[in-house]
Design a protein around this ligand. Structure first.
Ligand SMILES: Nc1ncnc2c1ncn2[C@@H]1O[C@H](COP(=O)(O)OP(=O)(O)O)[C@@H](O)[C@H]1O
Ligand SMILES: [Mg+2]
Length: 251
């Protein structure tokens, strides 16, 4: 099952994704995590060191081709990319992590980008769950990098406008004919007294609100001090809510 997390910047995508992976890893460790946000900080919130990104590999290949024309030793470009992807995959006890890094360039890079997508699609097949922290905005939808997603989770701040954005993502996905089995909305940083109004707005917009996460001082403090959110205690109120969301999604 491929789960993508999207939403505007700053709404809590990365925080949510981190806790989602933590909750999911209680069920299986056959999880591939893809950090697809160029502005990424998922490795930090997971507490993992990452040396190289897929973007770095693309640059490496470009430099070799510019310098030598071909890959020395007669290796094909596809095999080169494949071996490099396996090299940069970070394996932990709970999941494997791939960081995309800088976004794909345009123009003659096309075939390289297609190969990379193919390799990552292939790799995904080996896992029970693939969790993608996407970049803010909707570009990844129009570029169709999020094509084969089963579940799209849109994280939003607790505002009518935020829920409107979630609605737009849903609409755009339909227009682009991107096939998700389910699109869910998670409202984050919600004050207790605002829960009902958020539910009402979501209802009016026809959104499938799958969870409401409270504003939580412990999360703010961890991020302030640079402590990985992965280390949040399991009785943290937001983590407990995310556990429930995971159970609703994977049933
Ligand atoms: N439930 C929450 N309670 C308190 N602070 C939160 C919560 N969720 C996220 N934050 C804070 O909001 C900021 C943005 O979160 P982040 O996950 O980096 O957003 P995004 O990935 O969408 O840009 C961070 O400083 C984080 O600590
Ligand atoms: Mg983020």
């Amino acid at each position: 099952m491929i789960i993508a997390v999207s939403g505007k910047g700053g709404v809590g995508k990365t925080a949510f994704t981190t806790l989602l992976i933590k909750a999911l890893s209680k069920k299986t460790n056959n999880i591939l995590v893809v950090d697809a946000d160029p502005d990424s900080n998922l490795p930090e919130t997971l507490g993992v060191e990452v040396e190289k990104t897929v973007g770095d590999i693309r640059e490496e290949l470009k430099k070799i081709i510019e310098r030598c024309g071909e890959i020395p030793g007669g290796m094909s470009k596809l095999d080169f990319l494949k071996s490099k992807i396996y090299e940069i995959l970070v394996e932990t006890d709970n999941y494997d992590l791939l960081v995309m890094g800088r976004p794909e360039g345009s123009g003659c890079y096309c075939s390289v980008n297609n190969w990379l997508r193919q390799i990552i699609d292939n790799l995904s097949g080996y896992y029970d769950y693939v969790v993608i922290d996407t970049e803010a905005g909707l570009e990844h939808l129009s570029r169709r990098t999020t094509q084969n997603v089963d579940v799209m989770i849109v994280v939003t701040d607790p505002t009518k406008r935020g829920l409107g954005t979630a609605k737009r993502i849903k609409k755009l996905a339909n227009e682009l004919d991107v096939k998700f089995k389910d699109i869910y909305v998670v409202a984050n940083k919600v004050k207790e007294e605002d829960k009902e109004i958020i539910k009402k707005y979501a209802d009016e917009l026809g959104l499938n609100l799958i969870g409401i996460l409270p504003y939580n001082k412990e999360i703010a403090e961890y991020d302030l001090k640079g402590i990985p959110l992965w280390n949040l205690p399991e009785d943290n109120e937001v983590y407990k809510e995310v556990e429930k969301i995971v159970n609703r999604i994977i049933k």
